[in-house]
Ligand binder design. Sequence first.
Ligand code: SF4
Length: 211
Amino acid sequence: MSNKYPNPHANKIFTALLQYYKGHGTALRFSTTFQLLCAVILSAQTNDNQVNKITDKLFAVASDSAALAAMSLEQIEELIKTCGLYKNKARHLQQAARIINEQYGGEVPQTREELETLPGVGRKTASVVLFVGFNIPALPVDTHVLRVANRLALADSSTPAGTEKQLCAQLAPELWGDIHHALIWHGRTICLGRKPQCAKCFLRQDCPFVV
Ligand code: SF4
């Protein structure tokens, strides 16, 4: 594995994570990059299974930016109302759809700068769209990535920005997205927030946080 700044501890953990979670990508369902963007906007403080139930209904009615931009706010709210913060998210979806439809010819822009100007799109959402949608290196840091990376001493930061910077500095860009997914899956299935399942964790021998 090609780490930029080899560190034996980190190298061992990264290698084990990449091997164990090989092939584990996003759990969100989508057919186009526009749908991916919508799903990621909806996923803030909502789990992916819930988002998939919502987008199954939403994309059946509005599968592209033109169709979503033409919907009223009330129609969008009705379709996504089981999602947390649904009123804000409905507004963001409608505005983002209109901008993409009018300014980008219906295609999701491919730069971080452009993505982060869209309503409801911050650094983490832009990073997911860049990596998952366009295969452009990015390492989105959500609550799972932040927690697991710091427990494993792959990072030493209480912020997403600090954790992202430290993780990226240790890895070749082509590994950023895969490590993002590996850390997410580890956080969802084994290194749980309140009760990490250390007894069955394949990293327990090397984890300073093991309980
Ligand atoms: S040993 Fe425990 S704390 Fe460490 S990564 Fe595994 S589950 Fe998380």
